[in-house]
Design a protein around this ligand. Structure first.
Ligand code: SME
Length: 162
């Protein structure tokens, strides 16, 4: 892999449509989870310049900070706590248009205003981690993000254990 990431300046959907095949190419031929999550975080950060984008992985019944791009973050989150812990407990995507209106939101960065968290679910229906994306602007995320970010997680999933 030698090419720089091709950055789209189009609509949100166009940005994802340009990015997804490039992420697919980045993941192909690599089966190391940390390497792949690192590159997925970097690619999303480079295309969208999100405040924070990264992964928490379930270890010993806690979410533990994994590969990410952005300001330093809290390292451990308990099940049900914050947006990440709620996404884990409820096994569902959570869109938060205004973090101040989300009870129990964990403010790793005071600049965060809105976020989306997507659970990563394995073939046994267990949550193995979450993808957390934070923005400095209110109401940054919608169903388009939910759809494409889920697709990106599935690309990583297909590489798990290969
Ligand atoms: N926003 C998260 C905490 C993690 S940081 O934002 C990186 C939450 O409330 O779950």
């Amino acid at each position: 892999m030698a090419d720089d990431l091709k950055i789209s300046t189009g609509t949100k959907s166009e940005k994802y449509q340009t990015l997804v095949p490039q992420i697919k190419a980045l993941l192909e031929g690599e089966n190391d989870l940390i390497a792949n999550l690192g590159n997925v975080s970097a690619a999303l950060k480079e295309q969208f310049n999100f405040l924070w984008v990264g992964f928490y992985l379930v270890k010993n019944d806690e979410l533990v900070l994994g590969p990410f791009q952005g300001p330093v973050a809290c390292t451990r989150i308990k099940k049900g706590k914050g947006v990440c812990g709620a996404s884990w407990a409820e096994k569902k995507i959570i869109l938060v248009p205004d973090v101040e209106a989300f009870p129990g939101h964990i403010a790793c960065s005071s600049a965060s205003r809105s976020e989306i968290v997507i659970p990563i679910i394995d073939s046994s229906e267990r949550v193995i981690g979450v993808l957390d994306v934070d923005s400095e602007e209110l109401d940054s995320f919608d169903e388009t993000d939910a759809t494409y970010l889920s697709d990106i997680i599935n690309l990583v999933g297909f590489n798990l254990g290969k």
